[in-house]
Design a protein around this ligand. Structure first.
Ligand code: FAD
Length: 395
């Protein structure tokens, strides 16, 4: 049994788990992190980070590391998937920096993961155990004992479940129903811009809106690569296990799923040979602080609040959770359960709001008929006022 009175246990070494490890060690705690995969890594896809998220990374001194790998688009442009007309735009770049104290960034997930992992290693107080799946835990009231499937036993002052959408920590803590299948499918691809015809390359965030579908493209890797994600409404094709539902798929499948769209969008899709397909799952928005922490066990990231990607904030909320965890763990003289209660109270309502807005955004993005008409008119009239999200970006 590895034990230490001043250590925190973390299940999961994705973006959320590594952010949590960094946060805990910056608050002065030793960390034992278990990751079930045999090696650390991330899927080949991008994520967008609003200024609220970049500010968290800046607070951890990671601004320079981020600059080396991320892209910082100057504008987000919304277009009709039917005819490519511009519906609205939001200035990012300097405007975002001036308003919110940080830029809007787009990044390859593996690059963000690497930045966090190297910060954790540099910090020096985290033991990383790969190939170890957390199987069970007991909150004894004076500590937490955890066990992995391979028989590794760990003991600490608290356990953070950062083990993602299908979290086993959540399952044991809340005993609630599994995540729900949304009926939305995400096709993702990433290509070097140099492999694309010049007209298809881009340094902006472009969101294409169509009936029951949308496509988002943005630069990553300092602008040298383009990330594209197309989301359509449809069932899981083979009824397979959605937990492992990450398929290679073909351009022609996506073309069929998109149906009639404008020429520039069709050209973009046709220019990319390799796509991967995910079935999107989520949970209903959090209903209370008990879903974020109980006793000496806290949930973080997708384990606590999996959301649809229509606010582009799932990983962002995991990073914000971690920053909050750092603050409560640095509070001296309070019992651990009380600190985690503070964490839960400070986080759950914001997370619930982002989950709810993500569902709503999906409906607006995919609108048909009159709602779609109203959306397009409002976006043309209100533009930036509709697309900016001050309550979220101010944090
Ligand atoms: P995960 O990334 O799922 O990590 C969980 C980790 O725990 C994994 O490494 C797993 O192997 C490990 N694990 C699981 N069970 C155990 C166990 N029992 N023991 C030990 N280890 C375990 N977010 C954004 O902020 N911006 C975006 O633009 C964005 N776009 C998205 C687009 C799509 C199509 C999708 C699907 C999501 C998007 N997201 C975005 C959301 C984001 O991907 C997730 O919210 C984020 O990755 C969650 O991180 P996590 O660390 O909580 O969970």
């Amino acid at each position: 049994m590895q034990e230490d009175d001043q250590q925190i246990l973390i299940a999961g070494g994705g973006i959320g788990g590594l952010a949590a490890a960094l946060a805990c060690s910056r608050a002065g705690w030793a960390v034992q992190l278990v990751e079930r995969a045999p090696a650390f890594g991330e899927v080949g896809a991008g994520i967008q980070m609003g200024p609220n998220v970049v500010r968290v990374l800046q607070g951890w001194g990671l601004e320079q590391a981020l600059k080396q790998v991320a892209a910082f688009p100057d504008v987000l442009r919304v277009r009709s998937a039917a005819n490519a007309d511009e519906l609205g735009s939001l200035r990012l770049g300097e405007r975002t920096r001036a308003l919110y104290g940080a830029p809007y960034a787009t990044i390859h997930r593996a690059d963000l993961h690497r930045v966090l992992l190297s910060a954790v290693v540099q910090q020096g107080s985290t033991a990383l155990h790969v190939g170890q799946r957390l199987e069970s835990f007991v909150d004894t009231g004076s500590g937490v004992q955890a066990q992995t499937a391979d028989g590794l036993q760990l003991q600490g002052q608290a356990l953070v479940g950062a083990d993602g959408l299908w979290s086993s920590v959540r399952q044991q803590l809340l005993h609630d129903a599994p995540p729900r299948v949304t009926g939305h499918l995400a096709y993702r691809a990433m290509v070097p811009q140099s492999d694309l015809p010049a007209a298809l390359r881009g340094q902006e965030v472009t969101v294409w809106l169509g009936p029951k579908l949308h496509v988002v493209q943005y630069p990553v890797r300092g602008g040298e690569w383009l990330n594209v994600v197309a989301i359509v409404e449809g069932a899981v094709a083979d009824g397979g296990d959605v937990q492992d539902w990450d398929h290679a798929t073909h351009t022609r499948d996506l073309q069929t799923a998109l149906g009639n769209t404008c020429r520039p969008l069709q050209d973009l899709v046709a220019a990319i040979q390799t796509w991967r397909l995910w079935a999107l799952c989520d949970r209903t928005p959090m209903a209370g602080a008990h879903e974020q922490a109980q006793g000496r066990v806290a949930l973080l990231g997708d384990a606590a609040h999996p959301m649809r990607p229509y606010m582009a904030q799932g990983a962002g909320m995991a990073l914000e959770d971690a920053a909050c965890l750092q603050r409560v763990l640095a509070e001296s003289g309070l019992p651990m359960a009380q600190r985690l209660q503070h964490y839960a109270q400070q986080r759950w309502q914001r997370n619930a709001r982002v989950q709810a807005r993500s569902i709503r955004n999906g409906r607006i993005f995919h609108a048909t008929g009159l709602v779609r008409w109203g959306r397009d008119v409002s976006m043309r009239l209100l533009g930036e006022r509709l697309l900016d999200v001050p309550w979220l970006y101010r944090g």
